[in-house]
Design a protein. Structure first.
Length: 197
């Protein structure tokens, strides 16, 4: 059995949009061999896909168009060996894949990696992701980091990339260690950046 994933390169948003808009021109497919048994034992989603009532019998290729090959390879390595190698460049896509295919142990490994690498420079970015992936423990740690290092966090490059809901959640806090005028200036900087994009 082969798992097919769309080949996506980091930073290739233009090319990514082309392949989504013109699927007929997609000419690169990555085939990753795997065992249905291993996938079924390690993932309830794959178990349902291969053995459930709606399972398609005798299908050798499974398409996973929204999963990055590196993230799926990390998931496979974990399912086969309980070992994982997660880096900052792949942790979010691996977390997405682990959540999508219901592999809780890999989810926990990704979240633990994020917790260990949390700092004022990435606190807002990780808070956005923690809220997106419904990771309340990680979100709480991000809020605490922002509370303690408010000025540094607001000056981080990723601050202007957060969404309105995350900004609102931070603004509602009364534990921020910053003068209101400085916070107001940061919000103005965020809004100008959002309007430019």
């Amino acid at each position: 059995m082969y798992i097919l994933t769309q080949l996506v390169e980091a930073g290739a948003s233009y090319m990514g949009s082309i392949t989504k808009e013109t699927p007929g021109f997609l000419d690169v497919i990555m085939r990753i061999p795997a065992h249905k048994f291993v996938l079924s034992v390690g993932s309830a989603v794959f178990d349902a896909m291969f053995n459930g009532a709606m399972a398609v019998q005798n299908q050798d290729d499974i398409e996973l168009p929204d999963v990055e090959p590196a993230a799926f390879l990390a998931l496979l390595k974990f399912l086969y060996s309980d070992d994982f190698q997660i880096g900052p460049e792949s942790v979010m896509t691996t977390l997405y894949t682990a959540k999508k295919y219901a592999v809780p142990a890999l989810e926990h490994a990704c979240v633990d990696f994020l917790k260990r690498n949390l700092n004022p420079d990435n606190a807002f970015m990780l808070l956005t992701q923690a809220r997106l992936f419904d990771e309340p423990t990680l979100a709480k740690l991000c809020f605490e980091m922002i509370d303690k290092h408010t000025t540094e966090s607001l000056n981080a490059e990723g601050f202007t990339d957060i969404d309105l809901d995350t900004l609102s959640a931070v603004m509602e806090r009364d534990t921020l260690r910053i003068r209101e005028v400085v916070l107001f200036q940061a919000v103005v900087r965020w809004s100008v950046e959002v309007l430019v994009v």
